[in-house]
Design a protein around this ligand. Structure first.
Ligand SMILES: C[S@@+](CC[C@H](N)C(=O)[O-])C[C@H]1O[C@@H](n2cnc3c(N)ncnc32)[C@H](O)[C@@H]1O
Length: 365
């Protein structure tokens, strides 16, 4: 797939209409979204979709005649939502717990279980806060990914709830808000990491990749980076685990990241000295933006599903954004087949280090 193909939005038929989709965006052909969209019933006038992805549930709420707001964190999914619903309803970039109190009659949410317990529980709190008294929360998820626990937690927050539907391990439940909701707790966390004698403090929000510790793959990659990397681009930079240790040695630092909580975390960690952009791969850069060194620890999960499409787009973007003579450093799990992708593009590809992960260096001649 070329970079242009990766960035192209496609109209995809869904029950009762079309939605824009693209590689790297969540929530289409996902049975939890399909089940929730099927069971939803209207209630009141205003609704909020707190984990919309490309908008299957948003679309169902809209078809039920509700005034819908969709709050999304992923730039790839936001691109699809904006194309599908731009003029029809409110599409907002935001954190699922930062909702406007008592503002809607219905909240719908596929549980973002792959983002960890704290993120899901905060999202439930955001849902409870957004509901007016008597408002309803619809949730969907898998019993193999904590549905029972989250349903119980939602009942503690809201009150009465019942199971509305099931398909295999998937469950849908609806709850009614009978209780007032408490305040949001402090959500920021931090940890320190010692890199080459320097103590680095990292702040992070719930749900980010490798919060609380540096990923072993990222640590291995950092050992292999040059002393003077020049102008550096970090693609899929998370909260800045790779960029922060490089900050003193780079001539400039640009970090691109699809996930909004990660973008906010990276901005906190890198401060004014770096450019941190909410970007689906290199979408936020201008065409003339090029770099001396590009680094990445690419993702291979989207919404819990293994996909290499986004990682392949990282490779394509790295090639397109490198100056001639520039180097792309990539780290990946040993079993992931990146070599053919890199060899199809770059003049030379070398393996620099291997343990549970491998560090590859691709040189643009
Ligand atoms: C394996 S993590 C690495 C994060 C960070 N570089 C580190 O080393 O800790 C991959 C990162 O890529 C981000 N990502 C996923 N899809 C992306 C996309 N389409 N564009 C930009 N970043 C993306 C994820 O949100 C995640 O932060």
């Amino acid at each position: 797939m070329t970079l242009e193909e990766y960035h192209t939005l496609r109209q995809t038929p869904v029950p009762g209409g079309h939605l824009y989709t693209k590689p790297g965006a969540r929530g289409l052909a996902d049975p939890a979204y399909e089940l929730l969209a099927r069971y939803l019933e209207p209630h009141g006038e205003d609704a909020l979709d707190l984990n919309p992805g490309v908008g299957l549930v948003t679309h169902a709420l809209h078809r039920l005649g509700l005034a819908v707001q969709a709050i999304e964190t992923s730039r790839a999914s936001l691109r699809c939502l904006e194309a599908s619903f731009g003029n029809l309803l409110r599409v907002t970039r935001g954190l699922p717990w930062e909702t406007e109190p008592a503002s809607v009659d219905l909240v719908a949410m596929v549980l973002p279980a792959n983002r960890g317990t704290q993120y899901v529980e905060l999202s439930l709190l955001g849902a409870a806060r957004a509901l007016r008294p008597g408002g309803r929360l619809w949730i969907a998820g898998s019993k193999d990914k904590g549905f029972e626990h989250y349903f119980k937690r939602a009942q503690e927050l809201l009150g009465f709830g019942l199971l509305a539907g099931r398909a295999g391990p998937l469950r849908v439940a609806v709850l009614e808000k009978e209780k007032p909701t408490g305040e949001l707790p402090e959500v920021w966390q931090s940890f320190v990491w010692n890199f080459r004698g320097e103590t680095l403090r990292f702040a992070y929000l719930p749900g980010v990749f490798s919060g609380g510790h540096i990923d072993p793959g990222s640590a291995l990659l950092l050992q292999e980076l040059p002393a003077a990397p020049g102008h550096v681009l970090d693609i899929g930079g998370g909260y800045g685990a790779l960029s922060r240790p490089l900050q003193a040695r780079a001539q400039s630092l640009t970090l691109l990241e699809d996930d909004w909580p990660s973008v906010l975390s990276a901005r906190r960690n890198l401060g004014e000295g770096a450019v941190v952009l909410h970007s689906d791969v290199d979408e936020a850069l201008t065409p003339s933006h090029t770099f001396t060194t590009i680094i990445a620890n690419p993702p291979f999960h989207v919404g819990g599903l293994v996909v290499l499409e986004t990682a392949a787009a990282f490779v394509e973007a790295a090639y397109a954004r490198l100056e001639r003579g520039g180097n792309f450093y990539l780290v990946a799990n040993r079993f992931l087949p990146y070599e053919p992708l890199l060899e199809a593009r770059f003049a030379t590809v070398r393996t620099l280090a291997v343990d549970s992960h491998k560090v590859l260096l691709a040189h643009k001649g």
